[in-house]
Write a protein that binds this ligand. Structure first.
Ligand code: ZN
Ligand code: ZN
Ligand code: FE
Length: 758
């Protein structure tokens, strides 16, 4: 029996080869009708035998083009028309479109084959791409996604490319960024003063320079990398000294999965992530005898490792290098550089040479960083390849702009039933970050076609993002407590509503009592939270300095535990900082520059110092990271802690004096850092399960959301989740957005939306 169907498909279905895919499919199944790009996605009418239509539909659902992402298919039967052919029609008006733009992706297998095929007209062409691969988000200036609204606008297609572009059966049909040796972008090699080095093949010349130990700034998809030979200790050390980066690990790019296996220990799941289209930086355990320079990731058990994802990367790594350091080109924690001139200026004195090209990057995007935790993907930085994928929300509501936090800033927009998180913007302290924050807001507003009516921000009055929000003239503005945003974001990404128990452990967040919070137990839903428990407040002698120098927190915890008896302790730490102990005690007693904190991050800092691991940090999170990595022989022992029930305010206050005293005993008895660290981690996990258990007794809530930067700690996360599950809790952790402050904007957005529910 003949039937005719109308299909409305929403999602990422434009600019990803969807219409040619439908065209071929229709031919294959012998159905007639048409396909076109509509304002909401793709619209199709198909007519044919019922069985043919069913087969056609199941192919659409189960086998769509690699870069597409179908969110919904609306299907209805309509009267027969009797057309004989299948056609691609002109686009309908795109005025009110919900634009779902594809993220940038790595070069596909078909393009890769052509890249290294001497017979192909794009042999070794560094910008080869097609509808299934290549740049997207980072080159789009405006919508609709057409070539003249991307940074490819200045390149006019040659006749051969033009023909491919217009052929519905070609892999490059309507692929906006295509080009070739005749008509597309070109590579160029420049010296440190910006003078072009004439080379027949800039790639070969670059390889030669890298082999000599030079530092190359290499322009990629979302910005510049600084590259050196990762097997050369000398080259890596030179990069460290020029970049003013003492010990923070550098990411490396290895040629292929075989090399990755030689350098790191990889599970089948990790192999899948490493080779996926996303091509993230994946944290993997180093393999003994890896052959990579020690200074790439000193005193670290992991490498941040990725595979080549642009044609240029493949050309560079194909024949000569086992591994290249590929670190975001910037100065310390500033945002990645993207423009040619900007890079020449900002990287002066860092890069020896520049391998750049004349295809502009419109939006910068750092590499995404992930690791696996308890068998799941854990995202540490959500950026290139993930942005601007949408996140589904459980309810419709007003359009919101959420401004994020200070460190690892991202912003978030909501529209209909989805949220869009921006790329990683970074630490907001620099002028450059500030500018990129403003640019990102404008750019995303434009390409996502949002006009937010609500603005959400962190309560910290000194956060740059907060000051921005308060300068705007939104009639609806919502200040969101930092840890409330953390745990609400965790619920939101799982599409779950409260009530829940929220556990937010991190380094710093502004509390609604003006103190610095960071070990918060809430009962909450999207509309409110109640603070139910936290670690006892301790002073941070020196304020911000205490967040960088763990020995200060160690002394603070020691003073709290031992009072005047502190001076009688025969601890190496107290000898090392003997001139600091008395002044700190005085500062604490008199409340001079010693703000109070319940931060879990600062407790980790203190224990890292007490265990003899890290007294002063050279990058954020170093002390807790080294504490976690010290665990080489896990055991199940815990320390003692105290829980005080209160009649008013939060129900429970947790104190660690007994634990600190026991740690000192362990130190004096010569117990290893591994032993102490493991016992400490077990204790924190125990505290989480203990307090959640007490709150369940009071409130009957069994759902727990874990969030905050502390849960980047794999040992703690796994142990806490296991312990809670064994006690019958349902536990949610972050899988789609970072557990660190990169996920804050999502939480702010859903809370602000609920505050102005329509
Ligand atoms: Zn391709
Ligand atoms: Zn061409
Ligand atoms: Fe935080």
């Amino acid at each position: 029996m003949l039937k005719r169907l109308n299909l409305q498909i929403e999602g990422i279905v434009q600019g990803v080869g969807f219409r040619p895919f439908i065209f071929s499919l229709a031919r294959e199944h012998g159905v007639s009708g048409w396909v076109l790009n509509s304002s909401r996605g793709v619209e199709i009418e198909i007519e044919g035998a019922e069985e043919a239509l069913n087969n056609f539909l199941s192919q659409v659902k189960n086998n769509p083009p690699p870069l597409s992402r179908i969110l919904s298919i609306l299907q209805k039967e309509i009267p027969l028309i009797g057309d004989k052919t299948f056609a691609i029609h002109e686009s309908k008006s795109l005025a009110d479109r919900v634009p779902f733009i594809s993220p940038d992706t790595d070069v596909c297998d078909d393009c890769l084959r052509e890249l290294f095929d001497p017979a192909d007209r794009r042999y070794r062409y560094p910008f080869i791409n097609c509808t299934n691969c290549g740049p997207r988000f980072t080159i789009i200036k405006d919508i609709p996604y057409d070539r003249d609204k991307t940074t490819m606008q200045s390149f006019t297609l040659c006749p051969e490319c033009e023909q491919e572009y217009h052929d519905p059966l070609n892999r490059r049909f309507h692929a906006q960024p295509i080009g070739c040796w005749q008509c597309g972008p070109r590579l160029m090699l420049l010296n440190e003063r910006g003078g072009e080095i004439k080379a027949a093949d800039p790639v070969q010349e670059t390889i030669a320079l890298l082999l000599q130990g030079s530092i190359l700034a290499v322009k990629g998809l979302g910005g510049f990398h600084l590259a050196v030979d990762a097997t050369s200790e000398e080259a890596v050390l030179r990069l460290r000294s020029r970049k003013l980066r003492e010990e923070k690990p550098f990411a490396i790019m290895v040629r292929d999965i075989e090399r990755a296996r030689q350098v790191c220990l990889i599970s089948p799941q990790e192999e899948e992530i490493l080779t996926s289209k996303l091509k993230p930086i994946l944290l993997l355990k180093k393999r003994p005898g890896h052959g990579i320079a020690e200074s790439v990731a000193p005193r670290n058990q992991f490498f941040g490792i990725m595979l080549p994802y642009t044609p240029v990367h493949h050309l560079l790594l194909k024949s000569r290098f086992d591994a290249l350091v590929m670190t975001s080109a910037n100065i310390t924690d500033e945002p990645i550089t993207k423009d040619n001139q900007e890079s020449l200026e900002r990287l002066q004195g860092i890069a020896d040479y520049f391998l750049m090209h004349n295809r502009d990057i419109h939006v910068r995007a750092d590499d995404s960083i992930v690791r696996t935790a308890a068998g799941k993907l854990s995202i540490l930085r959500r950026s290139r390849g993930m942005v601007p994928l949408s996140l589904p929300l459980i309810e419709d509501g007003l359009e919101v702009l959420a401004c994020g936090a200070e460190l690892k800033n991202t912003i978030c927009f909501t529209k209909g039933k989805v949220a869009f998180l921006s790329q990683y913007i970074g630490d907001m302290e620099s002028v450059a970050a500030d500018r990129i924050f403003l640019e990102s807001i404008e750019h995303l507003k434009n390409i996502l076609q949002v006009a937010p009516e609500v603005i959400a921000y962190d309560l910290h009055p000194d956060y740059r993002a907060t000051r921005y929000a308060l300068e705007q003239s939104y009639s609806r503005a919502v200040g969101v407590q930092h840890h409330f945003a953390h745990v609400a974001g965790c619920l939101a990404e799982h599409g779950v509503d409260g009530p829940a128990i929220g556990v937010a452990f991190d380094g710093t967040g502004y509390g609604d009592d003006g103190a610095i919070w960071g070990s918060e137990f809430f009962t909450f839903d999207y509309s409110h939270y109640k603070r139910r428990a936290h670690f006892a407040y301790v002073p941070m002698p020196g304020g911000d300095a205490a967040a960088k120098e763990p020995y200060r927190m160690a002394i603070s915890y020691l003073y709290r535990t031992f009072k005047e008896k502190l001076s009688g302790l025969n601890l190496p730490l107290l000898q090392k900082y003997s001139d600091r102990v008395q002044p700190f005690m005085t500062m604490i007693d008199r409340g001079i520059n010693s703000p109070l904190t319940s931060s879990c991050g600062r407790l980790f800092d203190a224990v890292s110092s007490l265990a003899g691991l890290r007294d002063v940090m050279t990058f954020e999170g170093q002390a807790p990271m080294e504490l976690e990595m010290a665990i080489d022989e896990p055991h199940d022992l815990v320390y003692t802690y105290q829980v005080a029930a209160q009649a008013a305010g939060p129900d429970f206050i947790i104190s660690f004096e007994p634990m600190i005293a026991a740690i000192i005993d362990d130190v004096l008895q010569g117990k290893t850092a591994s032993y102490i660290s493991c016992r400490f981690h077990n204790t924190v996990a125990q505290v989480i399960a203990d307090i959640c258990g007490r709150l369940r007794v009071k409130e009957g809530i069994k759902l727990v959301a874990l969030s905050g930067g502390v849960f980047q700690n794999l040992y703690l996360l796994t142990r806490s989740v296991d312990l809670l599950r064994s006690k019958g809790f349902t536990v949610l952790t972050h899988e789609q957005v970072p557990t660190n402050d990169g996920g804050i904007s999502l939480g702010q957005a859903v809370i602000a939306r609920r505050a102005y529910k329509i």
